[in-house]
Design a protein around this ligand. Structure first.
Ligand code: TYD
Length: 207
């Protein structure tokens, strides 16, 4: 059996992921003394993650650099697992349950680079080299509402309505495409209710 618990939250930009992850972190931290929580994200702050962010800030056309980005996201993920996620999960033992909360994972590669035109089956195949999450939650919201939420900040490469609609469709198909434990969560509800519905699922898993 694999040690620890690996939880992923994914979804389009502006779906409320980061707020929800903060709430989950606080909830799990206080739920039991034996839990240790690590919150982390992709793209990471490592060498590949930095390159990715630079490209996303500079490039305006959402369709461009699909192959190059896919390659970088995969390298970034490999490094992330090896240097951060796996070592932390491995420290789990009888007295401590180590839980990783990860903001985005290979579902993003499938949804985003799929929307860029890359072959989805291929990317699913490539995702098999990576550890499967114990649970994944995809926050689903209308792209127009998501864009409203991120109105105040500088828009990145993928943050354009028509493109976000494609990404959303890919995310909605994810439970059928990938053989993982994936729940689609209606994120148009108030944050507190989004949190409650994920909390319910986690409570079931943690017993
Ligand atoms: P994001 O979570 O927005 O990072 P930050 O808030 O720190 O800038 O991720 C950056 C973008 O990268 C986001 O639009 C989603 C996209 N992305 C992919 O296209 N493929 C991937 O595999 C991942 C992990 C992210």
């Amino acid at each position: 059996m694999k040690k620890g618990m690996f939880i992923v939250v994914d979804g389009i930009d502006g779906s409320g992921k980061s707020e929800i992850i903060k709430m989950l972190h606080n909830y799990l931290f206080s739920r039991h003394k034996k839990y240790r929580i690590l919150t982390t994200r992709e793209p990471t702050n490592g060498k590949y993650g930095k390159l990715i962010r630079q490209m996303l800030r500079k490039e305006k056309n959402p369709e461009s650099s699909s192959r190059k980005l896919m390659g970088l996201f995969i390298k970034d993920r490999k490094e992330h697992l090896k240097s951060t996620i796996e070592p932390f999960l491995k420290m789990s033992n009888k007295h401590e349950l180590n839980i990783v909360l990860c903001d985005r994972y290979y579902y993003s590669t499938i949804a985003f680079q799929g929307a860029q035109g890359l072959n989805i089956k291929d990317m699913i195949q490539k995702s098999k080299q990576f550890r499967k999450p114990d649970a994944a939650f995809i926050l689903d919201v209308e792209p127009s509402a998501a864009l409203e939420r991120i109105e105040y900040r500088q828009k990145e490469k993928f943050e354009q309505l028509e493109f976000m609609k494609k990404i959303r469709q890919n995310f909605l198909k994810m439970p059928k495409l990938v053989d993982d434990d994936i729940k689609i969560i209606d994120a148009s509800m108030p944050l507190k209710r989004v949190f409650e519905s994920i909390k319910k699922e986690l409570d079931k898993m943690l017993g």
